[in-house]
Structure formats: structure tokens, C-alpha cells
Design a binder for this molecule. Structure first.
Ligand code: FDA
Length: 309
């Protein structure tokens, strides 16, 4: 947690951002975690994944939306992408994931209703394309509004998914409220730097909270989406699913693009549903910083790519 907080706070430096984004230094690192900068690249990456029996959830990167027009632009990008996925025959295997701040949540008093309206447009396009949407969970201050938005849209789009983060103490209560029949819940550990007062700070506590939430999800009426690369949690998820008599259609494993690809295929070979979260777009900096903050080995990989230029 301390490592993550340090890397994330260093990554917030504007100087570092412009140095990294402008120099092309990190191309190898970006390519490992991001499927490209345009729709053609992401469509090709998703076609490759689905050809191997995997499912996909595509994230159009962008979390520094400063103007309503920018939020509308991101929304249009999602709508066009969903039309394209349907034309290419990639739905329903591919769905989309949306960050509320990318579609306006951070834009002052009107931000919540703007984000809700934009996510509703994306959901309508997903419905037309025959697929689904999952709303990502961002920093802690965005959680209440994000849950309100999801709850508000579930009437029209009952398949609208949301993410819960096991590092937040509030998640236990949120899970009880959100995991209703037909709901899709993506459970992850959490990738931001939450206030230690409201979050578990010890890895073991985060993992224990994950297992408690998983148990509740597997025995409850919602569709569990097990978003982790952690071998221990993956094994526990399989055991809990079996104990709850869930078939392989009744839960899915989810992992990030470029992370443990062999494990993704191993689970497919066992007959499991496995969805890969595939980010694409030009605004990859924040996403990449979180991947590097998660794991010292990822940071070492980035450092090697810097010195080997
Ligand atoms: P963690 O990083 O704790 O690693 C545990 C173990 O997994 C490691 O010890 C190692 O054994 C194995 N492992 C992990 N990475 C590996 C690698 N690169 N190679 C080999 N082994 C590796 N977060 C958030 O806050 N909001 C969100 O909306 C989302 N959305 C989301 C969607 C999906 C599909 C995923 C998979 C993840 C997210 N996340 C997220 C990110 C999530 O919160 C978390 O930060 C990362 O998944 C990393 O945590 P892990 O559970 O993978 O374990």
C-alpha cells in the first residue's frame, strides 16, 4: 500500500506526465498494457482474444475530462465503438467499461447528472449492439455518486454492471445493497490510494475482505465477475463457485490486458468464462501509472525499457 501510494503520488507530477507522454520512451511498456490508440487497434486485439475463446470489456481511456464537450466526445467515441463491434460481429463477446469521470462526473455540481446522461447513451448503444456495459469504480470520493448513477440506470438497463473494491471498508455494505437479482458485480481489490481511515491498508486485510465479498457474491443472486490475477483468490473463487453449485456460465474471471495471459488461457481450457479488460486510446498515462504502482515487477519492466533505449 505504501509502495502504491508513493508511485501514484509521484505519477501525479505534471512534469513527469509530460516527460513520459511526450517522449515515446515508454512505447514497449504502453504496448504491453494498452491495446493501441485507435478503434482499429482495439478491434484487432479483441478479435485476437475472442479467437482464443476469451471475452472482452473495452475501456476507452480518459479520466481527465475538464469540459462537458470532452465528456460528450468520449461518449460519442463509445457509441461509435459499440456500432463498430456489432458490425464486426464481436458482440456480445465484447462489452465496454466506462469511467464516470471520463464522461463528466468530475465537472462540478452538474457532473453527476451529466455523467448519468452520458452513461445512459452508452447503455442505449450497447443494448442496440446486443451487449452490456460495466461502470468502473474510481477514487473513493467518486464512489457514492457512481453507485447512485448505476442504481438510477438499472431500471432501464438491468444488466448494467458495477465495480466494488475490497480495500474499501464500505464495500461490505455496498455489496449487500447492490448484489440484487440480475445485477453484474465486478469485484476487484482497488487500484487508487484511498484514505487509510476508510480503507484496509494491509494486503492481508484487503485479501480477506475480498474473500468475504466473494463468498457473499457466490451465494447471492448477482453475477459475480472475479477481477483479479491473484492465484490464491482465483482458486478460492473456483471452490466457492463449486460449493454454491454455480455452473461455468454463472460467474466469470476477469483480468487485465497483458497481465497473466497464460493464466487467462488456462482457465478457458478448463471451460471457464474469462473476460479480458482491454484499454485503448491516447490518454493512457493514468491507467499505466496504476499498473506500475500495483507491482514492483511492472515498475522494473518499465525501468528496463528506459535504460535499454
Ligand atoms: P495483486 O496485484 O495484489 O497481485 C496478487 C498476486 O497476483 C501477485 O502476488 C501475483 O502472484 C499475481 N500477479 C499479479 N499481477 C501479476 C503479473 N503481472 N504477472 C504475474 N502474476 C501477477 N481497480 C479499481 O480500483 N477500479 C476498477 O474499476 C478496476 N477495474 C478492474 C477490472 C479488471 C477486469 C481487473 C482485473 C482489475 C481492475 N482493477 C480496478 C484493478 C484492481 O483493483 C487491482 O489493482 C489489480 O487487479 C491488481 O490486483 P490483483 O487482484 O490482480 O492482485
Amino acid at each position: 500500500m505504501v509502495f502504491r501510494r508513493t508511485v501514484l503520488s509521484v505519477a501525479r507530477s505534471d512534469r513527469l506526465r509530460s516527460l513520459v507522454s511526450g517522449s515515446g520512451v515508454t512505447r514497449g511498456v504502453v504496448n504491453r498494457f494498452v491495446a493501441g490508440e485507435d478503434a482499429d487497434s482495439v478491434v484487432a486485439a479483441v478479435r485476437d482474444l475472442t479467437g482464443r475463446g476469451l471475452l472482452a470489456s473495452i475501456d476507452h481511456l480518459g479520466e481527465d475530462t475538464l469540459h462537458p464537450e470532452q465528456a460528450t466526445g468520449v461518449t460519442r467515441g463509445y457509441v461509435r465503438l459499440l456500432e463498430r463491434l456489432a458490425e464486426e460481429g464481436l458482440t456480445p463477446a465484447a462489452e465496454v467499461s466506462v469511467k464516470p469521470t471520463a464522461v463528466g462526473l468530475g465537472l462540478g455540481a452538474e457532473g453527476e447528472s451529466l455523467a448519468a446522461a452520458n452513461i445512459a447513451r452508452i447503455c442505449a448503444a450497447a443494448r442496440d449492439a446486443g451487449t452490456t456495459v460495466t461502470v468502473d469504480m474510481e477514487a473513493e470520493d467518486a464512489v457514492p455518486a457512481t453507485l447512485r448513477i448505476v442504481n438510477g440506470l438499472r431500471g432501464d438497463f438491468p444488466w448494467l454492471g458495477c465495480v466494488l473494491q475490497s480495500y474499501l471498508r464500505r464495500t461490505e455494505g455496498d455489496l449487500a445493497a447492490m448484489a440484487r437479482p440480475g445485477a453484474r458485480i465486478r469485484l476487484c481489490k482497488g487500484a487508487y490510494a484511498p484514505d487509510p481511515g476508510s480503507a484496509h491498508t494491509d494486503r492481508r486485510d484487503v485479501d480477506a475482505a475480498y474473500v468475504r465479498a466473494l463468498r457473499r457474491l457466490m451465494t447471492g443472486p448477482a453475477l459475480p465477475m472475479v477481477a483479479t490475477h491473484d492465484p490464491r483468490l482465483i482458486e478460492i473463487a473456483g471452490t466457492l463457485a463449486a460449493l454454491a453449485h454455480r455452473s461455468t456460465e454463472e460467474f466469470e474471471y476477469q483480468m487485465l490486458y497483458g497481465v497473466r495471459p497464460d493464466e487467462q488461457l488456462r482457465l478457458v481450457d478448463l471451460g471457464a468464462r474469462v473476460r479480458v479488460y482491454v484499454p485503448y486510446g491516447r490518454d493512457w498515462y493514468g491507467y499505466l501509472a496504476r499498473r506500475l504502482a500495483e507491482r514492483p515487477a511492472n515498475l522494473a519492466f518499465a525501468a528496463r525499457s528506459l535504460v535499454s533505449r
